[in-house]
Design a protein around this ligand. Sequence first.
Ligand SMILES: *[C@@H]1O[C@H](CO)[C@@H](O)[C@H](O)[C@H]1NC(C)=O
Ligand SMILES: *[C@@H]1O[C@H](CO)[C@@H](O)[C@H](O)[C@H]1NC(C)=O
Ligand SMILES: *[C@@H]1O[C@H](CO)[C@@H](O)[C@H](O)[C@H]1NC(C)=O
Ligand SMILES: *[C@@H]1O[C@H](CO)[C@@H](O)[C@H](O)[C@H]1NC(C)=O
Ligand SMILES: *[C@@H]1O[C@H](CO)[C@@H](O)[C@H](O)[C@H]1NC(C)=O
Length: 684
Amino acid sequence: MFIKYRLLISLLILPLTLQPSCSYSQYSRDDILRYREEVRQMFNHAYSGYLEHAYPYDELRPLTCDGIDTWGSYSLTLIDALDTLVIMGNYTEFERVVDIITNSINFDINMNVSVFETNIRVIGGLLSAHILSHKAGIALESDWPCNGPLLRLAEDVANRLLPAFDTPTGMPYGTVNLKRGVPPGETTITCTAGIGTFILEFGTLSRLTGDPIYEEIAMNALRSLFQYQSKIGLVGNHIDVMTGMWTAQDSGIGAGIDSYFEYLVKGGLLFNKPELMSMFSILEKSVNKYLRHNDWFFWVSMQKGLITLPLFQSLEAYWPGILSHIGNLNESIRSIHNYHHVWKRYGFTPEFYNIIQQEVSTNRESYPLRPELIESVMYLYRATGDPYLLDVGVDILKSIQHSAVTSCGYATIKDCRDHAQDNRMESFFLAETTKYLYLLFDPDNFIHNQGEHGRLFRTASGESCVIDAGGFLFNTEAHPIDPGVLRCCPKKPSSKNESATFSRHLRVFDANLDALEQQRSSKPLAMPDVEMLAELNSLREHIDRQLKAGAERDRRKTEAQNRKYSFGNPLRKDVCTRQNWLKFVFFARRTRCERRTNFIDVIEDIRLKFASFRNEVRLFKDYLLNKTEFTGDNYDPQVMLERILQERRHSTTFASFTELKLLYCKPQQYIQRLSFLGQFFNSP
Ligand SMILES: *[C@@H]1O[C@H](CO)[C@@H](O)[C@H](O)[C@H]1NC(C)=O
Ligand SMILES: *[C@@H]1O[C@H](CO)[C@@H](O)[C@H](O)[C@H]1NC(C)=O
Ligand SMILES: *[C@@H]1O[C@H](CO)[C@@H](O)[C@H](O)[C@H]1NC(C)=O
Ligand SMILES: *[C@@H]1O[C@H](CO)[C@@H](O)[C@H](O)[C@H]1NC(C)=O
Ligand SMILES: *[C@@H]1O[C@H](CO)[C@@H](O)[C@H](O)[C@H]1NC(C)=O
């Protein structure tokens, strides 16, 4: 009896769970376009609801039909939805809103914001709108894409985030005050995604503005983070950015980690950086080994790989999309089947779903209109054309239309089991969910161009590049970036101030000398072993070379300009003793001691002194690694950049790029064009 009952159940369940694609519908072109128009109306309803009831607040509250500030107070939904207007072809509205944004939005506000969210939503949104503005036919500045009002705004916001990255590890704080930098007493704990989700936006910013700082800093954070993976190749959930100690050791592909993986893949593709792909392929091996069970992904402890939570999180549904970027279509579609099964059961994907117990996790039963599943479906449909994926898209569209719609917008589903609504519509509904749905049902969208056509473009500075040739990569907030546009802009000549750089070099040395003196007087030092000594000597030589080069450049400049540098007010010459000038260098801005000595003499002096400490280089290295120059009155992004370049803390060498299997498998066509057919390896 029992056995029969079980059998009956499995007969009922099997066709649903294992073979959901055996009876998918057939869609004609007209059917598909009808769905597209339905998505357009969905977007317009929510968008005009926001404009009418909520603007200039960040978000619409769809039950009370009013507005509220959530992530900042900069009309977040308006910025986030901007490029969706271009993708849906509403150019007049795009032009109107670009005008509003460039004329009225001000980021110089005393407000603590999430570095991560501000980057993906605001910087990402502004950059995409800037890049796509040529499609909408609005008047461009003559040096577009290397300049323009939206780009300047994006750069302004990025500059306000930069202080967060000024930490000993190079990994950023999670919060920053837009006006004042990192708030005093701010927690030093950041989630993994909050560290590894900058390279798309920051790299784009650097390529367009010509200022390397953004890309360098994002790469530095990625390299740093990669070093802290566990012995078995897993990353945890939260880390202390001062020390590199993990404070939450759960490892998974979802909340707190997700877009880190995404940006390794997309960053690798967008900027032709095999280094990032390499990082991904190393981490992916461990993900598959420890996390993956029947094409679900569990949560495990990062040190031992033991299962801690057999959960599926709604956010994790981005993973099949990433797999489709690297051509792993089979695994990708198997995970989508799993996730679609959950969707069919509840009509939505709950935030957390317990895979073993097959039920929604308590207090995690909501669906805040998240895009991740439809995002993966859209990518995979473009890669395979499998009509089963249209079925999934239609399911998603219908659920939202049925249960989330309100009189002025679309509401978060508070509980997937009874479809109760909540008074929130996050900006990603207009930035992502509706955009991916629209793209699924719009076969002719310019975004899908696979390199069949493009436009030869000549910039004001005479560079030529091919734009609008497809291969768009989306940031994690669904803001697309045209890889062609990134090749249009010249690198800026270095804006470094040689003399300022020079005095900073001095300061580092000086501080080290002080430390060495102290160490030496307090206790005798053990001799480092030969190998260590050789390594440290080469470090020393490297720094020596840098100093000499800097000195030489500075000397030429000094001669050319025939001027001497001086600080502060003059004091009597005899005050400028050796000891005092050490202090003087350190407190260059505050001291009242004037040096008339040429900088070359100074540097030579230090170098000689340094040479006498040959055996204690280990301490020097320690100190250099420990050294932090902190946010505060004298925070200067250039200083931070130079320090990063100078320290070269994070190894950039990977064993062998030829082991990059990822680059040899069959990816989506447009990615293939970009990465496989050469550019990946030819580009600097
Ligand atoms: C463009 O957006 C405006 C404002 O929401 C709306 O009134 C108009 O109908 C939209 N146009 C199209 C073609 O969707
Ligand atoms: C920002 O955070 C700091 C530290 O927590 C706090 O002192 C300050 O009041 C906050 N500023 C704003 C505008 O909320
Ligand atoms: C993917 O699945 C197809 C059909 O089942 C199969 O022919 C193909 O070899 C698989 N590809 C990989 C890389 O496993
Ligand atoms: C370079 O730095 C020095 C010292 O900090 C300063 O006096 C000078 O004005 C700077 N020059 C430029 C061009 O910024
Ligand atoms: C570097 O930091 C470690 C740990 O904080 C400390 O023990 C060590 O003394 C520091 N070294 C130097 C040279 O400051």
